[in-house]
Design a protein. Structure first.
Length: 400
């Protein structure tokens, strides 16, 4: 049984710091606004939704206690709707989409809402205190290094220069600024409103217009210090062939730390017809992959290949790729490893310019990809992501 995407919406992405546009909004409010908007846009009675599957990486404090279920209740949805919140690190939002599709395809459920949320200004990354990054015995045994050191190691192994990383970062901001100006995000983006009805944020605020190569070149390498504090030594113990790690990434060629949420409505064909919904795309296949943890950011290409094989497709069949810009060198690796035309990758910019709200990003990218395919009248797209500890995830969608 096929799983179809009926709608995909998201909040704007606010800078994940105290003065960010969404810093005053609780994560449950980000979700509640989307739940209400999804019901209003589709006309679907929430009571007919079988389940809610949400990604959230740092599930403590305001992001604890199964936000998938509680946010739906808080939004006024029926108590008959179930909910589960999952964590696959940065791939959580995409895994939520994939799990929802699997539930529908198996016949287990008819309509599922997938998505994710992360309020990085209010619940900082790693504040859940996981053993992987707080217990030194576990860190040594499992190959934990800071993700920035991993990105610089990958750049070193691949021979990627600082100039190439800066160039991709500039490309991301230029394309994202143009996309915002030309209304490319308008279909999916739902403004965040306050309790008084006033608009809190209605545009992605991480994008830097007027950025130049000279400004990027003046920024310091941001992960050299953490590398000097033991990260480089641990990475080189696994990859001595690197010789010495060239620290080429800056804050501008790393993903933006932001707040945001996204929802995707997924269901089978019969449920869509029953509730007057028109499918926008079919989820053709999905896959997870994993690689050695020190080079944790290299799994997107293996995941994409695996998903495409399951769909009976090849890289040549793909019209657009949304590869999460975890770091410049990671996207450049993906492009090179799959032999891609870079003009088909992240056509509206990526997380370097728009930000990466950890648990939500995968679901955000599904909507961004679908909008891009529709705008260009193209058929097939792939979302691919890396995640902590070597995880990769990918999803293949095809317009209908």
């Amino acid at each position: 049984m096929d799983a179809y995407i009926y709608d995909a919406i998201r909040t704007p992405r606010g800078a994940g710091k105290a003065r960010g546009g969404l810093a005053g909004v609780r994560p449950i409010e980000l979700l509640a606004g989307l739940f209400r908007a999804l019901a209003a846009r589709t006309g679907v009675d929430p009571a007919v939704v079988d389940d809610v599957v949400l990604g959230c990486v740092t599930q403590v404090g305001e992001q604890g206690a199964n936000l998938a279920k509680i946010a739906a209740l808080y939004a006024g949805w029926s108590h008959a709707v179930s909910g589960v919140t999952l964590d696959r690190f940065c791939a959580s939002g995409l895994d939520a989409v994939n799990l929802a599709a699997a539930k529908v395809s198996s016949g287990m459920e008819d309509l599922v809402v997938a998505g994710g949320v992360e309020s990085m200004s209010r619940v900082p990354m790693m504040s859940d205190g996981g053993a992987w990054f707080t217990d030194q015995d576990v860190a040594r045994a499992t190959g934990f290094v800071h993700m920035g050191v991993s990105a610089d190691l990958i750049a070193t192994l691949d021979g990627v220069t600082r100039e190439e990383c800066d160039a991709w970062a500039l490309r991301s901001h230029v394309r994202a600024a143009a996309a915002r100006a030309n209304g490319h995000f308008a279909r999916s983006l739902v403004p965040v409103m306050g309790a008084d009805g006033a608009t809190v944020l209605d545009r992605d605020e991480w994008i830097r217009e007027g950025l130049t190569a000279a400004k990027l070149a003046a920024l310091p390498a941001v992960f050299a210090d953490v590398g000097a504090q033991g990260g480089d030594a641990r990475a080189l113990a696994r990859y001595p062939e690197a010789g010495a790690i060239a620290h080429v990434h800056t804050v501008a060629s790393a993903p933006g730390v932001v707040d945001g949420a996204a929802l995707v409505l997924i269901g089978n064909r019969a449920a869509g017809e029953r509730h007057g919904l028109r499918p926008r795309a079919r989820i053709r296949a999905y896959a997870n992959a994993s690689v050695e943890p020190v080079v944790m950011l290299t799994a997107p290409a293996p995941a994409a290949r695996k998903a495409l094989a399951r769909a009976g497709m090849s890289v040549a069949d793909v019209d657009r790729h949304e590869m999460n810009e975890s770091f410049s060198a990671v996207v450049l690796r993906y492009v090179r490893e799959l032999g891609l035309d870079a003009d088909r990758v992240n056509v509206d910019g990526g997380a370097i310019a728009l930000g990466h709200p950890l648990g939500a990003t995968g679901a955000v990218l599904v909507g961004t990809l679908l909008d891009a395919l529709e705008r260009a009248d193209r058929a097939v797209g792939v979302v691919a992501m890396c995640a902590g500890a070597g995880i990769g995830a990918a999803t293949v969608i095809e317009r209908v």
